[in-house]
Design a protein. Sequence first.
Length: 765
Amino acid sequence: MKSRLMKTTMLASALGMTAAFVGSAFADESLQDVMKRRNLTEENVLAAAKTYTPTGGRDEFLSFASGGQYGGVIVFGIPSMRIIKYIAVFNREPWQGFGYDDESKAILASSKTPEGKPITWGDTHHPNLSKTNGDYDGQYLFINDKSTPRIAVIGLKDFETRQIVVNPILTTDHGGAFVTNNTEYVVEASQYPGTLDRKYQGLDKFNDYRGGITYWKFNRQKGMIEPENSFTIELPPYSQDLTSTGKGPSNDWSFTNSLCTERYVGGIESGRPPFEAGCSAHDTDLLHVINWKKAEAVFKAGKVEKINGMAVIRLKTAIDEGLLYLVPEPKSPHGVDVSPDGKYVVVSGKLDTHDSVYDFDKMQKLIEAKDFAGKDPYGIPILDMKKSLHVQVALGLGPLHNQFDSKPCIVYTSLYVDSQVVKWNYCEGKVLDKIPVFYNIGHLMTMEGDTEHPKGKYLVALNKLAIDRFDPVGPLHPQNEELIDISGDKMKLLYDMPLPLGEPHYAVAISLDKLKPLVRYKYGTNSRTEEASPFAVRPGSEHIDRSPGKVEVFGTVIRSHYNPEIVQAQEGDTVIYHWTNAERAEDETHGFAVAQHDVQLSLEPGKTASATIQNVKAGVYPYYCTEFCSALHLEMEGYLMVAPKGGAVAQPAAFSTGQTYTKADFDKQYKENLDTQAVIDSVVAYITSVNYKDFPTVVALVSDATDQLNFAKDARAKADDFSKKGDWQNAMLWANQWWQYQVKAADIGLRAKTYLEQNGAKKVK
Ligand code: CUK
Ligand code: CUA
């Protein structure tokens, strides 16, 4: 044991020497020297200082970006632009065990298509946060999958996906996930028209195809969408696009635009002009103006038709009940965004150089007076565009998306073709500033910029192309997310962040102080449902249940062993492992992989997760921990032993290290353990001499160290017992195990001591 410690010390000093040697080239430079050597301007250095976060520092905001084809969500900090987490949603993600443990497999299984097809990816576009009175509350995140019309619910206690609902009547969705002001509904609008019953119907009947907008009822207490309390409004086959929900005076309304009211069907292979030609033929498309509060009442009154189990308000009902209107919008529009005060609806026409600002009050008056400019082919009343508009402002080429500032009347719009962000005043219709971005920006995001109280400060440009911005890595480039300072009159570019996993579309950012994530799970939690797992066991009550054809393991993991470590089975058995991580220490995650099997669990402190292996083949399969959790991580292992059918199950041979221990060996180890205890006692004396109870982080560390010391006490008692019997072999083993627990306790104790010293702990009497 001693030699192992000495080796470590030698290694550390060797590394220290190497680092000093390599670093001497510019370790002594001044700031001016560095600026000169790296060719940095003062502005560069200022930008760096605005984003740099010293070790242990925190961000002001946390951002959730959709991952596009990655199928999940990307979490990064602002202003540091450090990626903090990838959240698996519609995709399998082995690091988090998502789609690998039985608990999350159940979530992915529930997200099959109505026809029963399992899908292991998603095309995520629009994340949105739960809101209370129009502002983010930090409880839940929602996101859509465009490719298979689905909405996912992510809990922000542990940043994990907890539910996926599948839309049974739409072909695709794009105008989701948007959230009403008190998270009553999560909105999902279709994109490409289809048949609501999902049956075949020829393209000659395209005008009979339909779109729809689904209002998924969210139960905040359960943290779940309730499909039985959700409904869809049938819409014409106009290729609905983005949606924005109302605020303040427009609270009860939602707005969904459309990109192909031409209802054009391409067919380039048979000589027809392509979709893009026909779908951009008209100068205007149509914005859907929907009273969802009224629709809810219509749904509750039962004026719906069930299609594939979904309650549908048919078009005719929607028209008769006065909950659906249209207003022309130029031209092949994309972004639609309701202003923070809820009075204006800002629409970007991709093929128009203008943004159009609609006045909600004017539209209401037209609706009340039944002052319509006409009807569409499906009988939906159309409001007059001019009479509905507040102002139109020429911004540049390819306006896409809009986000609001904390300053009144200020909005930012992305210009895809121009590769610019434009800052303008939507009350007065004035352009204020423009900044180039690299390149071809899609969405943009300001802090809490789609709520009733945007926070301003920063803007992130979510650029579609990076081209020459980063170190080349082949034809597939990362995306380029650019951080822009918007606190002054002029926008200032601060930072380029390469994002090399999927393509974010929209992103949302929330003040860090609104989030209250867990440090550890309550002991034995199924993290995917946040409920107590029926498979959790406490240390000391681990067991293996056997029945014909089945071996079920109820085990625990703690540094650095599994209990049980040897599992015997027979060929053809189903083997089920349930592991509970008995650690309480922050960040002490263990993994669980079974060699040559598709099994990889992530076991965070307190979590219970399961893995089922069906029809095991005869063989020797080590299982091991996949997180480097302690000095003896590599020894955190076990064996799944699968005997051939009818073959005998052999027990491990009697213990032998190939060395016979003597009393002298044992006494030597015993003394070392007592010396180690003296070191631990001195650390404990320091900790208890200061006001450690004022530091929750330290309190948690102390409780974990106390656990380890109790385990050490048990091991010491066993060592004592065996030594009394003169069984030096077992006595020595338990003395070693005692020392293992001591080392863990010492490690935690020293971490607590460092924390206290760095955070100004004070002596107590
Ligand atoms: S969309 Cu991709 S840039 Cu799906 Cu909101 Cu506009
Ligand atoms: Cu547990 Cu490595």
